[in-house]
Design a protein around this ligand. Structure first.
Ligand SMILES: [Zn+2]
Length: 451
């Protein structure tokens, strides 16, 4: 008995992230896209359901490749509003060190719901805080992901280089190497799904050069190779980090990455700003992916990712909102708008188009997570879709619907489908009490900063 087919009929506009003409719409069978219809084409198979998409701009579900869900509890916190990365981190670490499982559950749900409402269907999170009582942080996040029906790449972060040993984070936030590796293996064995349609995946993610030891970097790379999972970390975000690497390791960031066995196609990096031309060539040749986080990079005044040079060298490029203490939103369609404008400052208006940036937010991001089954509208791909309406005041008078999404500042999807199931309808997350969630999350945020 097969599931009923749905014809998503004649969208107002559609972006497929490939060369297919999909103006006739999509035929969805079960969890996947079965047919992509060109303008004027009819479905070649009977469709039990028809969804009239004439008012909708249809995109592949957006894919977020870097976040810290827990940071939704410390958004716009006055002491760090005007700080750059290192002081920002040092002020926040002691607050974050008090994080509890209940607070993390609420923070994750808020971040995921916010992403989902912005058209995001797959989210990567980088969680690196495992204080006493929060040893099962990733398990808490898996629950939140399942509750919202999204796809996620949950990365088992780690910090092992505390202040006592010359690192940045306070000692109570770091873990022993054995503990980190044992939990990493447990999580992969328990949760990591392989193959098309995966909902939960695990990657290994030592936090940054200034918060982990080279030993943990190497051991994580070995485990990733052995268990076939991906590797993620922050790299080349600020010049402070570059100075730290030169001073402590006598190496620039990419040389350091190379020295610990990370220069390969399993690796995707958050930020990737401060590279010289030779480093860009090496990253490209190795097939490393870069997650561009424009808002965070502007908020902390970190710099501008050399996106087009990285792409030309062969690196992958995707988008991420970064943590909600440096964005302070979890809105991926707005992040695409920020990427469009920040990259135009670097490369000019003609070269950075809305279609290019939407490609980064979809197919480019999918590549960073090692996935071929999402990020595009094509036969056989997962039926993950984001549908936007252009009926708000902000779109009135606009002409090109795809350009209008970014130029007029779309911030909320009308409908979102994940694996053939509607998760957002009429701008509301299915089955989620948003008002209740906000009330609980606000309280948790107060409790966390007040200690
Ligand atoms: Zn980050």
């Amino acid at each position: 008995m097969s599931a009923p087919r749905t014809w998503l009929k004649n969208p107002l506009a559609v972006f497929t992230a490939n060369a297919l003409d999909a103006r006739g719409g999509l035929v969805i069978n079960g969890t996947v896209i079965e047919h992509v219809l060109a303008a004027g084409e009819q479905p070649p198979v009977p469709c039990e359901r028809v969804f009239d998409a004439r008012e909708h701009v249809v995109l592949p579900g957006l894919i977020n490749t870097h976040h810290h869900f827990y940071q939704t509890l410390t958004r716009a916190w006055a002491p760090v509003v005007n700080q750059p990365l290192f002081p920002w981190l040092k002020t926040l670490y002691p607050v974050w060190a008090r994080l509890t499982p209940g607070q993390l559950a609420l923070a994750s749900k808020v971040a995921l719901a916010e992403l989902l409402l912005s058209g995001c269907t797959t989210a990567a999170d980088h969680h690196y805080l495992f204080p006493d009582g929060l040893e099962h942080a990733i398990d808490v996040q898996v629950e939140a992901v399942r509750e919202l029906g999204m796809r996620a790449m949950l990365t088992r972060g780690s910090m092992s280089l505390g202040q006592a040993d010359g690192g940045l984070p306070p000692q109570q936030t770091v873990q022993q190497g054995e503990t980190i590796l044992a939990d990493s293996q447990r999580l992969i064995e328990r949760y990591h799904q392989r193959g098309d349609g995966a909902h939960v995946q695990i990657a290994l993610a030592p936090c940054s050069p200034f918060s982990v030891t080279p030993e943990i970097m190497r051991a994580s790379a070995d485990m990733a190779e052995r268990l076939d999972v991906r590797l993620h970390t922050h790299l080349a975000e600020t010049l402070d980090e570059e100075a730290f690497c030169l001073q402590r390791f006598g190496l620039r960031t990419v040389d350091y990455l190379d020295s610990v066995g990370w220069l390969g196609p399993r690796t995707w990096l958050a930020h990737g700003i401060h590279f010289n031309p030779e480093e860009i060539q090496r990253l490209g040749a190795a097939g490393v992916g870069i997650c561009h986080c424009p808002t965070s990079n502007m908020r902390l005044a970190s710099g501008i990712c050399p996106s087009l040079e990285l792409l030309a060298a062969g690196a992958g490029l995707g988008l991420g909102v970064d943590g909600s203490a440096s964005n302070d939103a979890s809105n991926l369609i707005l992040e695409a708008r920020q990427a469009l404008y920040l990259q135009r400052l670097r490369y000019g208006a003609e070269r950075i188009t809305p279609a290019l940036v939407l490609g980064w937010a979809t197919r480019g991001s999918a590549g960073l997570l090692g996935r071929e089954d999402i990020g595009q509208l094509a036969p056989g791909k997962q039926a993950d879709l984001a549908l936007f309406k252009l009926d708000d005041l902000r779109f009135s008078g606009s002409h090109d619907p795809l350009a209008a999404l970014l130029l007029c500042g779309a911030d909320r999807a009308d409908r979102v489908m994940i694996g053939g199931r509607w998760r957002v309808e009429d701008g509301q997350v299915e089955g989620l009490d948003v008002a209740g969630l906000i009330a609980d999350h606000r309280q948790a945020a107060q409790a966390l900063v007040n200690g």
